[in-house]
Ligand binder design. Sequence first.
Ligand code: PEP
Ligand code: MN
Length: 263
Amino acid sequence: LVSRELHPHDTVVRLGKVAVGGRGFTVVGGPCAVETEEQMRETAGAVKKAGGHALRAGAYKPRTSPYAFQGHGEEGLKILRRIGDETGLPVVTEVMESGDVDVICEHADALQIGARNMQNFALLKAVGRASKPVLLKRGIAAKLDELLLAAEYIMASGNEQVMLCERGIRTFETATRNTLDLNAIPWIKQRTHLPVLVDPSHGTGIRDLVVPMALAAAACGADGILVEVHRDPSAAWSDGAQSLYPQQFEQMMGQLKPIVAAV
Ligand code: PEP
Ligand code: MN
């Protein structure tokens, strides 16, 4: 089902009123996590004002430490929905458990499967039965054919609205949080009709590398990017070091303008 051989035309995924894939370059921006209503309102306002197309933020957070902030859960979803409606931006948020799929579908425009769950097959089947599109992130040690087979699980369960996302993999390199594998983009696009996004935030872990890699993502044919931005990165509850300042996000949108506007 994922194969371009059988479906030569690019799939266009409907993320609320935003079309992802085919033509166009979609910018999904927002903080790592929903922290407070004000943090979301200010950050989403910056995303909207700069020309971002959709909003991201986690209400259920996969954290390495069980003592780190785990997200506000359903309360966070409600904040995210409210801010999405206020700004007119569709919202993407992570689902970590099959049992949460329904409540997340009630509030979000797309379901994100995080890197840590790329091969959680029960979860893949559960989002495959859902009525909202899925943004599937590449696992931290997943091969590209494994990413495509994970997407196949979702599609085989009935949901054909799948977006793939390269978010960096773990290599011997420790200078950056992950190694952003841009080889993945043309490789994937030759083999599948599904849209492919790049996440230069988790891919680098370093704020000042995010914009260059966002531009690189556009250059190698990605259908869009997923970027962390925070009204005040130094005060972020998670992933502050890789979160753009609103002003950097705005500059990035300026640099991407020829690509976003060309389509
Ligand atoms: C995220 O998008 O905030 C996230 C947790 O990403 P990943 O699953 O790629 O680590
Ligand atoms: Mn994050």
